[in-house]
Design a protein around this ligand. Structure first.
Ligand code: ME8
Length: 642
């Protein structure tokens, strides 16, 4: 038997100064989904996560709470460990950076880099921000404040150990240029290159004197110093593979990918590769960087009281709905705003309406016509063949987009199949076939639907494991991830065995009620529109609008409506947006391509005269006519307007 290909992923090793929030839950859930997906692609997988427990930040948080750093670390690390399974996250190793195993990793690595001559002792003065655990240069400060935390850093001058990071700047720049996929999405690769090209990459201070901080790992070559927390934490990725040189490390490291948000790009894109190079190790395979979850377009923060608790979400809506929502809603790499209304809307439109209705309709037809035992198909006709083509394209796109962390686009592709299945039911009208006694055709249609729903469930497993397993069980399918390969699903149709015992009904994805206040707001909105007066709105309501700059890529006349134009607009997302707008009488399509416009980007998806549309172009009108709103100067597609 040939050895399986491997796939290894890590989440950041989370700080223990705060309990897990939406951001931590997002990274961990998508990491889990990716690893489940790779399992279903036949790979042997590793997922390492953990807690980052040393350093100033933790020592100070503990002091504030009147507990020892160890107690704080024990409590919060336990919270992270309890939270993971509740998010459906299955990890291979959870590394605590205070563990003896990890300390040994760090000391061994430090000694190696020291012996290689890349660590020296020197004096340094700089502006130190405790929140960031790093020194800032004068230039990096904004109005004298730390740009991340907006607080005045402390000026500290002391003797410390330094890692010769600057020595590797040119090499790393060349490596990133030669390996275009090393950091993705592209915008973060560009950002990393810009950091290297600024010519300001200094050596990295990697120690803290014990006179100032004792909460860290001792330097093996000087017991009066502890290791800088980032130099310590990054190495958890190797501890998670049993340490450099172990069998596990050798097996997984060549396919090791990391997953982080944009806040910690520099340590991962610059510190970590140079550290590995200095120690004579190969670099990790790829760094995947996602954007930030905002709440009503504002950064989540304890002081604003807007931190989203993932466990509350999971308890209220169920873990699968939560996972589906965050993966479908955020375009990997971009920021996204979290609202419960949007979650409910997605549950109702994608899960309850598109998938849930279809699934329960199919099960009830199978119950009614075949006593809940899957029929055998007769012969496939043109309708089935067209559906199979759609299914193949949808699954192929899903698999390749998922593999590249483009989760939202992947799910959208799978939903093309779900929508295609809904259309198929409507057009094939099994109830009419039954009435007309066309039993062969009826069996083919019901079988095709069951067979396709099996494929949908398998592809959904990485995202919604519980629901997918339930669906497969209700479709009478045994499921073992180790025996399943999604690539095989592209090989043909008819894997669902006729005679399979089906559930008589299912309500896996029930509709959710909008919170009452929301309904009232909607009614009030309707009333205001009807009276044609611009009602006063709350500032929070205005904040719900997601206005973005878009660049028009192409414009076509609507095939059957004179007043409509169909746009493809680049909003900086994975795919251009389709937007239908009723402005055909004012513009010639050929005059609009390339123009920048202002787009309401968070309207729900709809079809306007059969053409898909998601978004609205803003215009201004007076007696002289109508113009499209545009930004005053060129702005990158997707730029936020506020
Ligand atoms: O930085 N949106 O730990 P940390 C999306 N210990 N993701 C978010 C987020 C948000 N608003 N806020 C946080 C550290 N995250 C270091 C890492 S690694 C060797 C050391 C997620 O607890 C995201 O994954 O501050 C981000 O990179 C991470 O939490 C930062 O976690």
């Amino acid at each position: 038997m040939t050895a399986k290909k491997t796939f290894a992923l890590t989440t950041p090793i989370f700080y223990v100064n705060a309990k897990p929030h939406l951001g931590h839950a997002y990274t961990s859930s998508i990491a889990d989904s990716m690893v489940r997906f790779q399992r279903l692609m036949g790979k042997e997988v590793s997922l390492v996560t953990g807690t980052d427990e040393h350093g100033d930040k933790i020592a100070q948080a503990a002091e504030k709470q009147g507990v020892t750093p160890q107690k704080l670390a024990d409590d919060v690390s336990a919270l992270f460990q309890e939270t993971m399974p509740r998010l459906g996250v299955q990890f291979s190793r959870f590394i605590r950076t205070t563990s003896a195993e990890h300390k040994a990793t760090v000391q061994k690595f430090l000694q190696k880099v020291y012996d290689n001559g890349d660590i020296y002792f020197g004096e340094y003065g700089g502006h130190y921000c405790t929140g960031c655990e790093r020194f800032y240069t004068e230039k990096e400060l904004e109005n004298g404040l730390c740009p991340q935390h907006l607080v005045a850093p402390q000026y500290i001058s002391e003797k410390n150990y330094f890692f010769r990071m600057s020595k590797y700047a040119d090499w790393l720049k060349q490596y990133i240029l030669d390996n275009p996929d090393f950091i993705q999405p592209e915008r973060y690769r560009t950002e990393a290159l810009a950091l290297l090209e600024s010519g300001e990459l200094e050596d990295l201070c990697i120690s803290r004197p014990k006179s100032r901080l004792t909460w860290g790992i001792d330097l093996p070559f000087d017991k009066d110093y502890v290791c800088y927390v980032w130099f310590d934490a990054l190495l958890a990725y190797t501890t998670g593979l049993d340490g450099v040189g172990s069998e596990k490390f050798n097996k997984f490291w060549p396919n090791q990918q990391h997953l982080i948000a944009k806040d910690i790009l520099k340590p991962h894109a610059i510190f970590w590769p140079t550290m590995l190079k200095s120690a004579g190790l190969d670099l990790y395979h790829r760094l995947n960087v996602h954007g930030y979850w905002l709440v009503r377009d504002t950064k989540m923060s304890k002081s604003l009281g807007n931190v989203v608790d993932p466990l509350h979400m999971v308890t209220t809506y169920g873990v699968d709905v939560f996972r589906y929502f965050i993966m479908r809603e955020m375009h990997f790499g971009n920021d996204s705003s979290f609202t419960e209304d949007a979650l409910i809307a997605r549950q109702n439109s994608d899960l309850a309406n598109d998938l849930g209705n279809l699934y329960s309709r199919v099960l009830s037809m199978a119950a009614k016509y075949y006593n809940s035992s899957a029929p055998a198909p007769a012969s496939y006709g043109d309708r089935e063949k067209a559906l199979q083509d759609l299914a193949l394209e949808s699954m192929r796109n899903y698999q390749s987009l998922f593999d590249n962390f483009k989760f939202s686009a992947a799910l959208e592709s799978l939903w093309e199949l779900v929508r295609g299945l809904n259309k198929y039911v409507d057009v094939a009208a099994p109830w009419a076939l039954h009435k007309e006694g066309k039993s062969d055709e009826l069996a083919t249609v019901v079988y095709t639907l069951l067979d396709m729903l099996r494929k949908v469930a398998l592809h959904l497993w990485p995202v919604m494991p519980g629901s997918a397993e339930k669906m497969l069980e209700q479709l009478g399918q045994a499921f073992d991830p180790a025996q399943t390969n999604l690539a095989d699903e592209l090989g043909g149709f008819g894997q669902l065995k006729p005679g399979a015992k089906l559930a008589a009904s299912s309500n896996l994805f029930p509709r959710l009620e909008m919170p009452k206040a929301e309904e009232e707001a909607k009614d009030a909105g309707k009333a205001a529109k009807e009276s044609q007066t611009a009602a006063t709105i709350e500032f929070e309501d205005f904040q719900k609008l997601d206005l973005r700059v878009g660049t028009i890529l192409s414009v076509e006349k609507h095939p059957d409506a004179d007043k409509l134009l169909c746009f493809k607009v680049d909003l900086g997302e994975d795919k251009p947006r389709s937007i239908v707008s009723g402005i055909a009488e004012y513009f010639k399509p050929e005059d609009l391509a390339g123009k920048q416009v202002v787009v309401v980007a968070n309207l729900p998806f709809r079809k306007i005269r059969k053409v898909e549309s998601q978004g609205m172009l803003l215009t201004a009108e007076d007696e002289k006519g109508l113009t499209l709103l545009t930004p005053g100067a060129y702005k990158a597609p997707g730029s936020k307007i506020s």
